[in-house]
Design a protein around this ligand. Sequence first.
Ligand SMILES: C[S@@+](CC[C@H](N)C(=O)[O-])C[C@H]1O[C@@H](n2cnc3c(N)ncnc32)[C@H](O)[C@@H]1O
Length: 278
Amino acid sequence: MTAVVALKPVSDVVAARPDFDEARLAWLQETLLANRFLPEPTADSIFVGDGDFRAIGVEFLGHLVRFGGILPDDRVLDIGSGIGRLAVPLTQYLSPAAAYWGVDPVAEGIAWCRERISPVYDNFRFDRIDVAHHIYNPKGTIKGEALKLSFEPESFDFIFMVSVATHLPPREIAAYVREAQRLLAPGGRLFITAFVLDETAKSALPQRDPRLQFKREGEGPAWLVDRTAPLGAVGFDDGFFERVIQRFGLSLCLKSLGHWRGQPAAHYQDILVAEKKG
Ligand SMILES: C[S@@+](CC[C@H](N)C(=O)[O-])C[C@H]1O[C@@H](n2cnc3c(N)ncnc32)[C@H](O)[C@@H]1O
């Protein structure tokens, strides 16, 4: 499994939305870090990677706003919502008029979110999808590439996958981009984090995360760290996401490379944002 680094100050990021309020967001992030009343799962129930659960969630709220342009009234779909690491900070950003859906194959994560988040925030809902995954849901009955989510077309303004494409094979990523095309309203956005094997990542800088020694799988596009546990960490040929995004009729509007590869960046994994044109 991969981890995201703990919260870092972000000063050099260009906001994806022109009217975005950096001062308000920074204040909200500080407040969230200090808020002792937000729900938090016990350490032994967290299955979404190591690091500080709260700090990573708050850091990602910042990335969703600054890079993705998520808006307070959006209808939001969190694909691979885990155990609420992003949902918890989003309860403090999204307005009561917004709607949030989290989907994930891990029953315990969905149960925790339903028990601890939905009773207080009734616009936050969670659904288990029984999609198969070697690590997270080995007995799953639905093949990822055949997955069709049970939402009506154009139901969402913002769809995100944080630390999920880093654990999926290329076919399943294509299936989700296809679903995003169907489920986004015109003008809606898809935000994905990933490991992109660009020339710098391939050059293996000494500062690169030593856990991520990717090797190309055959002719690509997947790059794996450990062939015996292929979905533990998956990287992709540079250009793969662009091709899939284009194939399903979305337009790439942002690609920001992360510091996992050993060069300075405001975030660890790479970030891609695509839009469904109106
Ligand atoms: C590293 S965790 C990240 C969870 C969450 N996004 C976060 O950042 O806290 C990866 C998540 O992807 C989920 N997952 C695995 N296969 C999936 C699939 N095919 N569709 C949706 N989610 C999946 C796992 O159950 C797990 O919760």
